[in-house]
Design a binder for this molecule. Structure first.
Ligand SMILES: CCCCCCCCCCCC(=O)SCCNC(=O)CCNC(=O)[C@H](O)C(C)(C)COP(=O)(O)OP(=O)(O)OC[C@H]1O[C@@H](n2cnc3c(N)ncnc32)[C@H](O)[C@@H]1OP(=O)(O)O
Length: 164
C-alpha cells in the first residue's frame, strides 16, 4: 500500500476549530502546540481531528515516536473527558504501524467507554488523510479524579515510597 500522505498545501493556513478547551500550556500561546485542528465530536460519538505533522518533530526523517504518543495522549484524553468529569492518563500503549511522514496531513479518530465508576477505556487511530492507510493506533486507560485539588497537591510533595 502507498503510505504517503497528502502534503500540506503551500497556501494552507487552517483555522483551528476545536470543540474542546486547550490545555494550560497551549492556552498561554493561544493555540494547540501540536497543531491539532478541526477537533470535533461526530454524530456517532467518536472524536475526529486532523493534524499536519510538523517538520520540527523529526526523529530520523520521520516523526519521533514520542510525538505520536503525545498526540494520542491529547486526543484520547480529550475524548475521555468528554464522556464525563476530568480524568488523567493511567495507561497508554501505542502501536507504530508505519513511519509517520513529516509534512503529511493525517486524520485522528478516537472513541471510548466507561468501565466502572472512574475508569474509561479509550482507543484511537492515526491514518493518512488521502490513502486511509493506518500509521499508528493506541489504547489507554483514563481515570477520573476523585479529588482534583488533592491530586495536584500530591505533585508538589516529594513522591513517597509505595508498594508499587
Ligand atoms: C484548565 C483545564 C484544562 C483542560 C484540558 C486539559 C487537557 C490536558 C490533560 C492532560 C492530562 C494528562 O496529561 S494526565 C498526566 C499523566 N498522568 C498522571 O499524571 C497520572 C498519575 N497517576 C495517578 O495520579 C494515579 O495513579 C491515578 C489518579 C491514575 C489513580 O490513582 P487513585 O486516584 O489513587 O486511584 P485508585 O484508587 O488507585 O484507583 C481508582 C480506580 O482506577 C483503577 N486504576 C488505577 N490505575 C489504573 C491503571 N493504570 N490501569 C487500570 N485501572 C487503573 C483502579 O483499579 C480503581 O478501579 P476500581 O477499583 O474503582 O474499579
Amino acid at each position: 500500500m502507498d503510505m504517503r500522505c497528502g502534503d500540506r498545501r503551500q497556501d494552507e493556513n487552517p483555522v483551528a476549530v476545536r470543540e474542546f478547551e486547550l490545555c494550560e500550556a497551549c492556552e498561554i500561546v493561544g493555540s494547540c502546540r501540536q497543531g491539532i485542528d478541526d477537533l470535533r465530536r461526530q454524530a456517532d460519538g467518536t472524536v475526529r481531528g486532523e493534524i499536519v505533522v510538523p517538520s520540527a518533530v523529526a526523529g530520523r526523517a520521520v516523526a519521533h515516536g514520542g510525538w505520536t504518543a503525545w498526540v494520542f495522549d491529547e486526543l484520547l484524553g480529550y475524548t475521555a473527558n468528554s464522556l464525563r468529569g476530568f480524568s488523567v492518563t493511567a495507561e497508554l500503549a501505542v502501536k507504530y504501524r508505519r513511519p509517520v511522514p513529516l509534512g503529511a496531513r493525517v486524520v485522528l479518530t478516537a472513541s471510548g467507554r466507561m468501565d466502572g465508576e472512574r475508569r474509561r477505556l479509550m482507543r484511537g487511530e492515526m491514518r493518512c488523510v488521502d490513502t486511509g492507510g493506518l500509521l499508528a493506533s493506541a489504547e489507554g486507560v483514563w481515570i477520573e479524579l476523585a479529588d482534583a485539588d488533592a491530586h495536584y497537591a500530591r505533585a508538589t510533595a516529594r513522591p513517597q515510597k509505595t508498594s508499587l
